[in-house]
Write a protein that binds this ligand. Structure first.
Ligand SMILES: [Zn+2]
Length: 81
């Protein structure tokens, strides 16, 4: 991803992907960490369309789906508990 200098300066920076993910997990909307080519730190972007989702976001969506529509895979998982 190309990062423009203005965006880099304005955004929160994280020294590692881990801390960026941590912050993303706390946000009420989907955020995705990405490595900035300018400052070599991590920023968060809300553009998750067509991107690989972080694990916690996949989990979150799976749980949401779970409660709205019963999927064969998910429901069988629940039943074994
Ligand atoms: Zn940056």
């Amino acid at each position: 991803m190309r990062t423009r200098p203005g965006i880099c300066g304005r955004k929160a920076r994280f020294a590692s992907e881990e801390s960026a993910l941590e912050a993303a997990a706390k946000a009420p909307f989907p955020l995705r960490p990405y490595r900035c080519g300018l400052c070599r730190n991590w920023h968060l972007t809300s553009r998750t369309k067509g991107m690989k989702l972080p694990r916690f976001e996949i989990e979150r969506r799976r749980v949401t789906k779970d409660s709205t529509q019963a999927q064969p895979f998910v429901s069988s998982e629940v039943e074994t508990r």
